[in-house]
Design a protein around this ligand. Structure first.
Ligand SMILES: Nc1ncnc2c1ncn2[C@@H]1O[C@H](COP(=O)(O)OP(=O)(O)OP(=O)(O)O)[C@@H](O)[C@H]1O
Ligand SMILES: [Mg+2]
Length: 255
């Protein structure tokens, strides 16, 4: 089975530190795949290489058969890879709907002239983006808040709005960087259901970084474990949970 996303020997060095070392990922279309590991293991750095934020020091990244290296975040997003950030990045003064629309906007086919001149095409494009954004807010249960400023949202809802914005680019692969961080247990349970629905109903492949083990083990089909930049395990939740190296990495991190 061919992978939707595949990395070979992916490596990122920062000066003397090798943050990610020879990472091979293979994520199948339609999969819900977890990437876990103790703090500083290199998870976010992997996301940054996948989404064009960093150019890998070594190795390859291919998505749907295309080489993503050196393309930068905007072009990678246009090809269908979208992400949320570990530290929420919203426009506080914009409305919830406008924040979601900033995702759809990346995809806009409008030329600069159209928006400067406010042509018919511009208006149609904006109406289309508004429609996509609104539907996603409804999907995530945020439609009642559409007109409120993003800053007025409680924390759990802010995390969901980040997901709405990432989905508004209409990705094939959604990368979530600790979406449950700061959520209470009720919000986490709801998020688990949402992530499943994103994959099942929107048909989006999901790559999930998450520290909450219950959430990861509960929803992912396969999990890859990093420790100090290296892959120490790859398998089903059951396999990974019973893996000695994984247990040691986590116990070591706690001790
Ligand atoms: N831009 C950077 N410059 C230098 N070092 C960096 C940079 N980004 C990350 N690192 C280092 O690379 C290592 C991996 O960091 P990364 O943020 O990828 O870990 P992580 O697995 O996402 O951790 P966490 O669970 O805490 O979010 C860490 O030692 C970190 O300090
Ligand atoms: Mg991180």
């Amino acid at each position: 089975m061919t992978s939707l996303l595949e990395t070979r020997g992916l490596t990122m060095r920062f000066g003397g530190l090798t943050a990610v070392d020879d990472c091979n990922l293979g994520i199948r279309e339609g999969e819900l795949f977890g990437l876990i590991g103790p703090n500083g293991a290199g998870k976010t750095t992997v996301f940054n290489m996948l989404t064009g934020v960093y150019t890998p020091s070594q190795g390859s990244v291919s998505f749907a058969g295309r080489d993503l290296r050196g393309l930068g975040p905007v072009r990678v997003a246009r090809l269908g890879v979208s992400r949320t950030f570990q530290n929420i990045r919203l426009f506080d003064e914009l409305s919830v709907l406008e924040n979601a629309m900033t995702g759809a906007h990346q995809h806009a086919h409008c030329r600069l002239f159209d928006s400067l001149l406010r042509t018919g095409r511009h208006h149609r494009e904006e109406a289309r983006q508004r429609e996509i954004a609104y539907r996603l807010l409804a999907f995530l249960g945020l439609e009642d808040r559409a007109g409120l400023p993003a800053r007025s949202l409680p924390y759990g809802h802010r995390r969901k709005l980040e997901i709405a914005r990432a989905l508004a680019t209409q990705p094939r692969l959604l990368c979530l960087d600790e979406p449950a961080a700061g959520m209470n247990s009720g919000e986490k349970a709801e998020l688990a259901g949402l992530i499943r629905r994103i994959r099942d109903e929107l048909k989006v492949t999901v790559l999930l970084i998450e520290h909450d083990m219950r959430l990861v083990l509960g929803i992912c089909e396969r999990i890859q474990v990093l420790d100090y930049g290296k892959t120490i395990a790859l398998g089903t939740p059951r396999e990974v949970q019973q893996d000695r190296k994984v247990i040691e990495a986590y116990l070591g991190a706690e001790a």
